[in-house]
Structures are given as C-alpha cells and as structure tokens.
Design a protein around this ligand. Structure first.
Ligand code: ADP
Length: 589
C-alpha cells in the first residue's frame, strides 16, 4: 500500500464530524482506545482502495496519485463511501458493503441458513433485505412431518430476534427489510404485523405490489392469492380494499411501506439470473438473492459557485460542472475498486457480486445546494434542477463505467445482460447509481442528507446515547447575515419552530427558498423523488412527509402518483404518528 505522504494535510473537520468519527469509525484497540486519527482513517481508506488499481495492467491511473485523489475528494467532503467502507477498508474484516439481499427458501434448513448469513452480515456492518414470499402459507401441510407450517410472519420473528442479539461492534444495530408479495395468502397477517408497538422493530416491512394488483385496484376487481409452492389459488380478495388497508396503515403508523416489484424488475439489468424479490433495508437498492452492493455519495453543496443566485438560470454557472464530472469519474472508479477490496462473509455472495459488479453512486447535500442557489425545493425550478443534476451524474457515471470496461473488461455477466441485448455499453457495472439515505455520511460531511429537504433550519441533534449537538444550517445562517437579519432572538424562535414560514417579518423570497420537510406539500416530495428516479439505475431513498392533519385520501393520492410517476416504492411518514423507525435518519443510530 502506498505510504502516507509526509505533507498529507489534516482533514478540516466539520463541527460534528469528530464526535461521530470517534464513536463509530476510528479504529480502536482491544481496550477500546482509539488508535487512529481522522487523517489516518481517510488515508487507510484511500490507499487500500487505490491499491486495487495495481492489478489492472491497462489502468490509466497510477496508484500513489490515485490514493491522493481519493484522499482529497473524501477530506474535502465532496465524496464519501458508505459506512462499512469507512469502517473496514484496510482492516482484517474487509467487508465494505452496506447492502445485501438474502433468499429465504421454503424449508427449515434454508430459513435458518438465512438467519445465520444475516447474523454474519450484521456483524460486519451491512444491512439485509429478505423476501418471505417463497414460504408456504400458515397452516399448509408440511410433507416431512405431517404437521402444519407456521407461515412467513412467524419466521420473520426469528430473524427479528436474532438481529436484536447481534450488536454490531457495539455501535450499529442491524437493519433489515422484509418483503411479502401482495398475492401471498398470508398478506393480511403481514400487513398487520407491526400493529403492536415494538414488534419487529429491527425490520422495515414493505408489501410487494404487482402490476396485476394495481390494475385490479384500478378496475375495482378481485385478485388471486396464490400459494407459492404449488401455484394453487387459495383465495380471492377485493384489490381496492387491500389498497385502502395499506393506505390506512400508512396513515396510522407509516408501516408497512410499499414497493412496486414489476417496476423494479423492469429495470433488472440481469434478468437471466432471476427476479429481484427484495431491496436492502432502506429500499434504495434492489438486489438479486445473494447480491451485495456498495454505495458512495457526492456532496452537491461542495460544487456551488457563489454569485449566480440572481441569474435567470442559477445552475448554469452556479454549479462547477467540470469538477462534478471529475468527482463522478473518481467516485465510480473508487466504488468499482471497493468490489475488489471487499471480503464477503459467504462465497455465494462474492460470486454474485463479482458477476454483476453493481455499485451505487448517489448524491447528498441537495437541499443545501438549493439554498445556496436560491431555488425553492417545492418549485418547478427545483424539480428541474434535481433532474438536471441527476441526469448529469447518471450520464457521467455511465461514461466512467464504460472507461473502466475498456481498461478492465465489462462485468462478467455483461453478455447476457439488458445492456448487451439493447446494444448499450459495454459497462464495468450492472448498475451505477443509487440515492442512499446517507444518515451518518451526511453528518460526517456536514450537509443535508440524500435528496431530502432539511428537517429543520435549526435543531438540536441527539447523535449517540445522550449526546446532543445544536445545529444551525450554515446556508441559512449566511443568508441571515447577508441580509443583516441575524439575531439570537430570531435563532431561538427558529429553534422552537424549525420553520420560518409564518415569520412574515422575514423577506418573502427568503421564506420561499428556506423551506423544510414539513413546509413542503407531499406532492412536491413525490415529484422530487420521481425526478431523481428517472435518472437513477437503482432506487431513491426518500420519505414523503405529511402533516399530522393529513388524511387517508392524501396518502392514497401520493401512492397513486408514485405508481404513475414510475417510482420503485414509497415511504410516507405522517408527523406525530406512532411508528418507531428502524433507521430514523441520523438520529439515535
Ligand atoms: P451511512 O450514512 O451510514 O453510510 P445510509 O443511511 O446511507 O448509511 O444507509 C445506507 C444503507 O446502509 C441502508 O439502506 C442499509 O442497507 C445500510 N445500513 C444503514 N444503517 C444500518 C445499520 N444500522 N445496520 C445495518 N445496515 C445499515
């Protein structure tokens, strides 16, 4: 590995970065003492990922310089890989992916294999998704014993309990996604599974909706519930009633969510390897059984060029597109190298990952960039900007993957993939882009998370057990300073409220731009998700926030719009409803 250069600059840490790094990321010895500095950490990651370059003869990059480039894009907070890469790169563990999907087969052996594999993945910092749709329904016969099966929901409990017991290095509790198809005979039990407070609290649950189901809802028809083993139609249910039940549950507690399985499979780049049945825990990464994916996120707020806020098109010169292009290309190379550097807990996973080489490059700091450019999130201009940025990241990301394919060869399953069939590519990676939640990464980078609006302009954040940090969004603070409006009384008022919408003594243009999640009408949340989805290979992590006073009809409309707009799933959250989220973004993780 390249030696750390003597003049390597120290990273300039953002206010909260140090605390988070100390708690979670800096390596510790057996006595729990921290044995590396933030500079050591970023060099460990940069150098161990860059060194993978050396095994490719045709590489256009030289390892020591590449290590330095990787170090620089991370420590300027322009790009960060997902948490397991920061934690484990260059260590003995070497498990660098955040996202996994495991199959759950319809036998006791296969179920308990999956429990074991999930435990191994959680131990290494990854999150797991499972489809329970292959399990035979409750009360059906079990051939070998003459008994009756207990069904998906009862097995789900075993996975939940196992997760509870495995604390990930004392810092990261395991996270899971559980999916059941809407046409599984046990769907009603699954929909009600989280009704009791605290039940299945290590799981996000989503119902897998099919095109056939959505059409039955539209036509107000019944649809078939099918036993997965033998294809027998066991029952028929009125589709609209089930859809309404899902809406009601989302209104009550936010659980379960929905994913559009046929949409996900329409974009499956390697259909010859089977259907995609599940996503990772937060829903942004659909994967085949035994597949894993590593993510990385570009912090858009670092690419702002000041002084163009009043231009007719503030993004044209207000974004450093050349630098964004450079970082996208470096980011794709970084993430592709991560695949080679990763050691997975199971050979089956290594094989599947190396066949398709999926990576997930995304963005964070989008809401910050909108503040910097003076563009409102809930405006057509905001949506157009999101779409334009992601189209750019997608196009450049694919170009970067094509360059890697020339240097290193396409992903091994390329010949049978959709890209080859459509005469696209060749590419090094079966997927290139994903919009992750960036729960912790955004704290490290000091920016807004993913493509979400800010939750509040000023707030106190509980970062880890009992520690609290007060935060004022820096772009909001700067705008107040510029306008000569900054005062401690105002700050106190904003901390109390989170939002400035009813402070009519503040200028109207400022109130229009500095909007928070709750100020934004649900339909704009959804439109933004759809705009990013149009240019993302995988999926978009996004919550549609609703006021406490929102109605079931509001949720029904959002679900329907998500379906029409081609989203791969929807997560709604009504303020003050009682759901305990597995991954409350950033807080309490
Ligand atoms: P980070 O910011 O820590 O890199 P994200 O919030 O972007 O992580 O989440 C990305 C993915 O990482 C999730 O969808 C999930 O697959 C995995 N993940 C996040 N938090 C956890 C956790 N506590 N345990 C296991 N996996 C997690």
């Amino acid at each position: 590995m390249p030696e750390m250069p003597k003049n390597l600059p120290q990273p300039q840490l953002k206010p909260n970065t140090e605390v988070v790094l100390q708690k979670r990321y800096l390596r510790k010895n057996l006595d729990g003492q921290i044995v590396e500095t933030p500079r050591d950490l970023f060099w460990r990651v940069a150098s161990s990922i860059a060194v993978e370059e050396e095994k490719y003869e045709g590489s256009s990059q030289k390892c020591p310089q590449l290590a330095r480039d990787f170090y620089d894009i991370m420590t300027s907070w322009k790009f960060l890989p997902n948490s397991p890469t920061l934690m484990n790169a260059g260590t003995d563990l070497g498990q660098l992916s955040a996202c996994f999907v495991l199959p759950v087969g319809d036998s006791i052996e296969e179920i308990f294999d999956a429990v074991k594999y999930a435990a191994m993945i959680h131990k290494s910092g990854g999150g797991t998704g499972f489809s329970f749709s292959r399990l035979r329904p409750k009360d059906s016969r079990v051939g070998s014993t003459g008994g009756v099966a207990s069904g998906p929901v009862s097995f789900l409990r075993i996975f939940n309990t196992a997760t509870e017991q495995i604390k990930q290095g004392g810092t990261r509790r395991g996270a899971n996604m559980g999916i059941l198809r809407v046409d599984h005979p046990d769907i009603l039990e699954f929909i009600g599974a989280k009704e009791k407070e605290g039940e299945f609290n290590n799981f996000n649950l989503s119902v897998g909706l099919t095109e056939a189901f959505m059409q039955a809802v539209e036509k107000d028809e019944h649809y078939d519930l099918v036993s997965p083993g033998n294809g027998e139609v066991m029952k028929r249910l009125p589709a609209r009633e089930i859809f309404d039940l899902l809406v009601r549950k989302a209104w009550l507690s936010g659980d379960p969510g929905i994913v559009f399985l046929d949409r996900i499979n329409r974009d499956n780049p390697t259909p010859d390897q089977g259907d995609i049945e599940s996503t990772n825990p937060c829903g942004e990464q659909p994967l085949l059984p035994f597949e894993a994916c590593n993510l990385g996120s570009i912090n858009l707020s670092c690419f702002h060029v000041p002084g163009h806020e009043n231009d007719a098109d503030p993004a044209a010169k207000g974004i450093d597109w050349d630098e964004l292009r450079r970082v996208v290309h470096l980011g794709v190379r970084f993430l592709d190298n991560v695949i080679d550097a990763s050691r997975f807990p199971l050979d089956r996973i290594s094989e599947t990952v190396r066949k398709n080489r999926k990576i997930g490059l995304g963005v964070m700091g989008f809401a910050d960039l909108l503040f910097q450019l003076g563009v409102a999130y809930d405006s057509q201009q905001g949506i157009d900007l999101g779409e334009r940025i992601m189209a750019f990241v997608q196009e450049e990301g694919h170009k970067a993957s094509a360059v890697l394919a020339q240097e290193r060869g396409p992903f091994p399953a390329y010949e049978t993939s959709m890209y080859a069939r459509r005469k696209l590519g060749p590419y090094r990676n079966a997927t290139v882009t994903t919009i992750a939640p960036t729960g912790t990464l955004s704290i490290i980078a000091g920016c807004s998370s993913g493509v979400e609006p800010l939750f509040a302009l000023c707030f106190t954040r509980n970062i880890l057990d009992g520690e609290r940090l007060v935060e004022v969004n820096p772009h909001f603070a700067a705008a107040l300073e510029d306008g000569g409006l900054f005062s401690h009384e105002l700050m106190d008022a904003v901390v109390a409220k989170g939002s400035i919408q009813d402070m009519d003594y503040l200028p109207a243009p400022m109130r229009k731009v500095f909007v928070t999640a709750m100020d934004i009408a649900p339909v704009w949340h959804l439109r933004m998700q759809a705009a990013f989805q149009r240019h993302t290979d995988n999926a978009v992590s996004k919550t549609v926030n609703l006021l406490n006073s929102a109605t079931e009809q509001d949720i029904r409309e959002i679900y329907w719009l998500a379906y029409q707009e081609g989203c791969k799933g929807v997560t709604v959250y009504r303020d003050g409803c009682k759901s305990i989220q597995v991954l409350a973004t950033g807080e309490g993780q």
